[in-house]
Design a binder for this molecule. Structure first.
Ligand code: NCD
Length: 377
């Protein structure tokens, strides 16, 4: 019997909307409001409801894992590259993130006593602050620095020693570093899990997870979509991770960039083996075809030569004119920060979903922290 048959066969409760795991179920079920929204036709008291539903979910979870033959193990795991994740694991992260939506609004004590260290050697607003906010919302605390200038690297300390030190202070480390491979290196020196918050122009796996979560939430699916990336596909790390992640789904990917900023060759080679990929330099004919338009900033700071940046600066500007032929239900995403690639006039249209992406960053990072710290299975 499949998991969905089990759900449909459940005699007392309508479990179809319940997507959280066992630990979350226990937590959420102590919240009366949620009991009321999740449990239909329930005649007994809340305590009995708890026991009953926790039991059901336990059986369901065991059964699902047995059916799929998959054991989803997140506790203690590093998050370095999105390539380390299967579609099933991403799905489990989505379910956990969804269960975090009410917790994000109210707060919880799930990670009380746990410490997240955010070591950011490069500029950040959303990634660092959303990791910290996620930790606080789960009852944990944070330490760290937001610029290398104030850390001991300024005195000549190497990354390995910094990591070996912070490893003694924290239960999990989120690291952003200008060098590709930095997160992988840090994971080798740390005993606690390391999360890659951006490794040079290489990857940004947690951004890819929140981008995917946003697409799934806004469009109700990922399979079957036509998705375009526009902007800096060479130096933009978010599009590298997102491209790898999307290649696990049945999507068509349009890559729109100036010639000099085309998608990195190793990413292209990998994804082309799995999904149809169409490369273009002009957006005009692509906009009417797609369901999702993912826009990126030209990564000025990563150009070795300022003259090269000057040539491509301002290559694309998404405004109402660009979107005039778009599908009505197109969504426009952007990892932010934006410079001039999306005009402010787009912000108030139904296309714009980049600030929803920001909110989704919180719940996805709450899910990741609770999974790798073992508070959720
Ligand atoms: C991105 C990054 O740092 O790679 N921002 C983010 O994490 N949301 C995108 C960018 O800087 O352009």
């Amino acid at each position: 019997m499949s998991a969905s048959d089990m759900i449909n066969d459940c005699p007392v409760l309508d479990l179809r909307n319940i997507q959280f795991s066992l630990t979350h179920a226990k937590y959420l079920l102590s919240e009366e409001a949620i009991i009321q929204t999740q449990i239909k036709d329930f005649k007994l008291g809340n305590a009995l409801a708890d026991a009953f539903i926790v039991d059901k979910l336990f059986i369901l979870e065991m059964h699902t894992n047995a059916v799929s033959g998959v054991s989803l193990e997140f506790e203690g795991r590093d998050i370095i590259s999105i390539k380390d994740f299967s579609r099933e694991e991403i799905n489990h992260i989505f379910k956990t993130a969804k269960s975090m939506e009410p917790i994000a609004a109210k707060g919880s004590e799930m990670l009380r006593g746990k410490i997240l260290a955010t070591l950011f050697f490069e500029a950040s607003t959303r990634t660092r602050l959303s990791f910290e906010a996620a930790m606080h919302k789960l009852g944990g605390s944070t330490i760290g620095f937001a610029e290398a200038e104030i850390a001991s690297v300024k005195k000549g300390e190497n990354l390995a020693d910094t990591i070996r030190t912070v490893d003694k202070y924290a239960n999990v480390i989120a690291l952003r570093h200008p060098l590709e491979g930095a997160a992988r290196l840090a994971a080798e020196f740390a005993e606690v899990p390391v999360i890659n918050g951006g490794s040079g122009a290489e990857e940004h796996p947690t951004q890819a997870l929140l981008d995917l979560y946003t697409i799934n939430k806004e469009k109700g699916r990922i399979d079957g979509l036509k998705i375009a990336f526009a902007g800096d596909l060479r130096y933009g790390r978010t599009v590298h991770s997102l491209a790898y992640a999307l290649s696990l789904y049945n999507v068509e990917l349009y890559l729109v960039s100036p010639e000099s900023l085309k998608m990195r060759r190793e990413v292209l080679q990998t994804i082309k083996e799995k999904i149809p990929v169409i490369e273009k330099t002009s957006l005009e004919k692509i906009v009417p075809l797609v369901d999702v338009l993912y826009v990126t900033r030209i990564q000025k700071e990563r150009f070795p030569d300022p003259a090269e940046y000057a040539k491509v600066k301002g290559s694309y500007k998404i405004d109402l004119q660009t979107l005039s032929e778009a599908k009505k239900d197109l969504i426009v995403l952007h990892p932010l920060p934006r410079v001039d690639e999306i005009a402010a006039e787009v912000d108030n249209t139904p296309y714009a979903r980049y600030f929803q992406q920001v909110w989704n960053g919180i719940v996805v990072r709450m899910a990741l922290l609770s999974l790798i710290l073992g508070a959720t299975k």
